[in-house]
Design a protein. Sequence first.
Length: 190
Amino acid sequence: MMWRDIAYWGKKLAASGLVSSRFGNISVRTPGGLLIKKTGVMLDSIEGADDVVEVGLHPSPADREASSETSSHRAIYLATDARAIIHAHPQFAVVESLLCGDEIKPMDSEGIPFLGTIPVVDGDSGSKELFDNLTRVYTTTKYRGVMNRGHGSFAIGPDLKDCFNTTTMIEHSSKVKYFADLARRGGKDK
């Protein structure tokens, strides 16, 4: 039951402070398309198969019940070999996406080898610009996670555990970078 896996990782994301309210979504690839949480369902409140919906790899009427980011997830699955996607709203990573240019450069000893750099792309939530930018980045490089400027992270991987690890690393590295940059600026003002 894939909905149970989505529910488990949704609760972990919320407990870790990586999503709040109805923000964020999770999907897994299926033989016929993808399974994604329904629109309006909170990630930490998925209680059964009725809280997720399976949609195909091409738009259909089933999309009306699915998350507003379904088009972004679908585009990533069509362009990559990803088996799972987590879209979260990690606070420090969102802040860094607004402060940095086209990439966030981790400074910590875990983030540098694990993430390399974190690309930052533009596009409104659910827009063609966003999913075109996400697929461009994911098809031209081997990034594990991408930030949508001012919005949130998209982590892809072979399973939701891997996506969760990438999401937490993006937030950890962004938090370290934020405080290191803040301390540097504070030291220059003295």
